[in-house]
Design a protein around this ligand. Structure first.
Ligand code: DGY
Length: 319
């Protein structure tokens, strides 16, 4: 029997590509540029499966132009806000993602952003690197201490819980908002809030870990920033859509928040040029899951889903 034909839209890890080439009739986008709408539409006629990243946009308009050959979109991401799921399902296309395997890497990066934002990493690095460091005083670059502080987590799914586990290492008092309260063995002492507003009131540090949906778009807006304790630090490793960036700049200007750590932006790639002037915004270019171990695990998880599908089974991460 001939192997299913698979299009891999981006340059995945070597181990992933080797396994894919072994098991599928695979075409890899070695140029490693985001797949365009035209490419996705053409691929739907030439391939049985697509293995995309969050950089490929399966909008309803694009999916409406798909041919009937494409059977499965096996995402190499946990987030699927780049996929119009009703449109894909309506077209009879199976969709999967890669949860679990990137939780620790993403939580690790959230920790880095929280620490870096709280402790002047951008300004500190700049002054040493530029050779401008010519004095020292106890009043110099005084930051906000993470150890023993209160942290609020919005979205206590897998990544939120992995972040909480790391925050416990800093003896942080953990509060969270989630659509539903966790079981005690999952909450591990974290305090549940039944509204975002209630959580924000105690969030000296705030970390966002919920998906981008129509309901969470601009979750952090002017009104919500105003609820944070003065001088709070906000971290976003989830999706740029969760934060109203103009409101964030305003909250920083007013001292409502003292710093932010961002791995995600409304516009990606690129980010927000207005942020560059602010040393108290510690920024990284959407690399939460970018470790060698996690890239292999994400690729293998996407391939596991494809294997299950083409063997007539239900993929483990069916959406
Ligand atoms: C994810 O998996 O959603 C990450 O943001 C990388 O795409």
């Amino acid at each position: 029997m001939s192997k299913p034909r698979l299009w891999i839209t981006r340059r995945l890890s070597d181990a992933t590509l080797a396994r894919a080439a072994r098991d599928y009739d695979v075409v890899i986008n070695h140029e490693d540029l985001p797949g365009t709408a035209e490419q996705l539409i053409a691929a739907s006629a030439d391939f049985d499966a697509i293995l995309p990243c969050h950089s490929e946009h399966f909008s309803a308009g694009v999916v409406a132009q798909f041919s009937d050959r494409l059977k499965i979109v096996a995402n190499h991401s946990v987030g699927v806000d780049h996929c119009d799921l009703p449109a894909l399902k309506g077209h009879g296309i199976v969709v999967t993602n890669t949860p679990d395997v990137l939780s620790d890497a993403t939580a690790e990066l959230a920790m880095l952003l929280m620490l870096g934002a709280a402790r002047n990493a951008v300004a500190g690095d700049r002054i040493v690197r530029s050779g401008a460091w010519d004095s020292w005083s106890p009043a110099f670059m005084v930051g906000k201490q993470v150890t023993d502080a209160r942290v609020g987590i919005i979205g206590m799914g897998r990544v939120g819980r992995a972040f909480a586990a790391k925050a416990r290492g800093f003896n942080m008092e953990i509060h969270y908002y989630n659509r539903s309260e966790l079981r005690a063995d999952q909450a591990k002492g974290a305090v549940y809030h039944d509204s975002v507003e209630s959580l924000l009131g105690v969030a000296d540090f705030l970390s966002l870990h919920c998906p981008a949906t129509p309901e969470t778009t601009n979750l952090m807006n002017t009104d919500r920033f105003a609820l944070l304790p003065a001088g709070a630090v906000m971290v976003n490793t989830a999706r740029g859509a969760l934060v109203d960036e103009a409101a964030l700049l305003n909250a920083l200007a007013q001292g409502q928040i003292s710093a932010a750590g961002l791995d995600c932006f409304q516009t990606e790639p690129g980010g927000n040029p207005a942020f560059a002037a602010h040393d108290n915004i510690f920024m990284l270019p959407h690399i939460g899951s970018a470790t060698r171990k996690t890239r292999d695990a994400m690729g293998f998880r996407a391939l596991d889903n494809l294997d299950a599908f083409f063997n007539g089974k239900t993929p483990g991460d069916l959406l």
